[in-house]
Design a protein around this ligand. Sequence first.
Ligand SMILES: O=C(O)CCC(=O)C(=O)O
Ligand SMILES: [Mn+2]
Length: 216
Amino acid sequence: MSHQQSLFSPIRTAAVDFERTGGLDVVVDASFGAAERIQLDERSWITYVPGWLSGDETLMRHLMTHAPWEQRSRWMYNRVVQEPRLTAEYPVIAEAPHPVLRYLTDELSEHFGVAYSRLWMNWYRDNEDGTSWHADRPVNKLDEVVIPVLSLGATRRFLIKPDGGGRSTVIVTHGGDLVVMGGRCQKDYKHSVPKQRAAAGPRLSLNFSPRQSQIA
Ligand SMILES: O=C(O)CCC(=O)C(=O)O
Ligand SMILES: [Mn+2]
């Protein structure tokens, strides 16, 4: 039934520009018309844009196949543990092999007035993958910064809470949703994507950040 279908695949408002997407059937809502602002305090905010990207499964399949995924490990106390997710990075998005990442970056840069240049990606394979509480480095050196995170694939919970403790704000992210952390979110807050009991399929998150030279 068409009204049910529209719950899961938002109606497209713009035609796909296959030149910019490198032939992938994806399109963003350049108007950010569905954006909702969540004011965390006087200087920190989240903008949540449900369904910002149409065709998220197509982009997810493309990135799963072509991005340079790694299983990273780190020291935890006195032993090495594998991170509960895969990661891939394009330190210079302009040098990424496929134009679709530049298309997304240009749309975000234009809207937020920030020159995004680095892309950090996570692949949560299932409900047992997650990202624990953290702020993003090195952008947490800046007093204020705007960091967009695009979700592809499975629905998961994105949490943000004051660094000094306090209540978490929970945002349920679906494939195609954009969560943007702004103001002092990286200085005064921590965020996470918790592991969960409920089964979940794969999810990718794309984290955009500004050029290193704007930070150092
Ligand atoms: O997966 C997400 O939504 C957030 C990931 C994240 O915070 C990070 O990689 O720094
Ligand atoms: Mn983060």
